[in-house]
Design a protein around this ligand. Structure first.
Ligand SMILES: [Zn+2]
Ligand SMILES: [Zn+2]
Ligand SMILES: [Zn+2]
Length: 313
């Protein structure tokens, strides 16, 4: 069975116009209803529906007719009526999760704060900042690996909720876990934001400067991977080593040398920065990465989509 779903364009009976759907939420009472149903929501319970009278009380509305009208509008899409009352339908849950994550509604920031990490390149202390829903790790001593923000080692996304009840080191760790796991989803061809298909490309600089940030390509990496979702434009750019970081031959290589290589850690990211990149004129792909440890090596060839196509020692 190789049938593919259509793209859900106009005229599809399963697709609702976004202006109408979002307009359904543009009211204080309706958001109050969605929140009250969320409070009652239990992912593994069958009896978490809220009866009309209880819901009316919890939202604190004072006019039954008006309340009933708003509830009726929500049951077109976000709320489901059951035998026992009302509960959130999957689109309602997604709305609440977006509210909880805070991505669309909150804009917290974190000023430069030292973390327990050092720059692989120069050994200086690392600081993080948080702005635009992104945690930026910067070196206090050198220009980092990308030119866009001074001293940038990486900028990884984390929803605002990820800052709550975490200190700077915990924020750094949460950011790496959240982002690297999503990156792996992306590199497996599934968009972590929308589930759509992903285009992958590996660009290898033609005229690369061997040290520091290269003027020709704008990074300190010979190979740069770019992933873009076909549907929602969610995009990701990373050094070539990220394509190899969770490859079984790499994890096994380190394991055999007594090193536990866990991709979603600062240690694994730093380790990747040391791997040697080499442009290949001939062979199965344009770029080879060489990993060395205790005098041994393992080499990986990447094709133009960043897929590992050859491994040798
Ligand atoms: Zn540095
Ligand atoms: Zn370059
Ligand atoms: Zn997407």
């Amino acid at each position: 069975m190789t049938a593919r779903m259509n793209d859900g364009g106009d005229g599809d009976a399963n697709t609702r116009p976004p202006d109408r759907v979002f307009a359904l939420l543009g009211n204080e009472t309706r958001i109050g209803i969605v929140r009250a149903l969320w409070e009652a929501y239990d992912p593994y319970a069958d009896d978490d529906a809220v009866p009309f009278s209880t819901l009316f009380e919890r939202v604190g509305a004072d006019d039954t007719g008006n309340f009933n009208y708003h509830l009726g509008r929500l049951t077109e899409h976000f709320v489901r009526r059951t035998g026992d009352g009302y509960e959130l339908a999957p689109p309602g849950l997604e709305v609440v999760r977006a509210i909880v994550a805070g991505t669309a509604t909150e804009t917290p920031a974190l000023a430069s704060t030292a973390v327990d990490a050092t720059c692989r390149r120069c050994g200086s202390p690392v600081e993080i900042t948080y702005e635009d829903a992104t945690t930026w790790a910067r070196c206090t001593g050198c220009e980092g690996y990308w030119p866009s923000r001074g001293g940038e080692i990486f900028g990884f996304s984390l929803p605002p909720q990820g800052l709550r009840e975490r200190d700077a080191d915990e924020i750094l760790r949460a950011t790496i876990v959240y982002s690297i796991r999503r990156f792996e989803t992306m590199s497996d061809g599934v968009c972590p934001a929308c589930g759509g298909t992903v285009d992958a490309a590996l660009a290898v600089c033609d005229n690369h400067a061997p040290d520091g940030v290269c003027d020709a390509c704008g990074s300190s990496f010979l190979g740069v991977l770019t992933f873009v979702c076909d549907s929602c434009k969610f995009a990701w750019r990373s050094p070539s080593y990220a394509a190899v970081s969770n490859h079984p031959a790499l994890v096994a290589f380190y394991y055999d040398h007594g090193v536990e290589h866990v991709p979603a850690t600062w240690a694994a990211i730093s380790r990747g920065l040391d791997w040697e990149e080499e442009r290949l004129a001939t062979g199965p792909g344009p770029l080879r990465l060489t990993v060395t440890h205790d005098g041994d090596r393992r080499r990986f060839v990447l094709d133009e989509t960043g897929t590992v196509v050859a491994v040798d020692d």
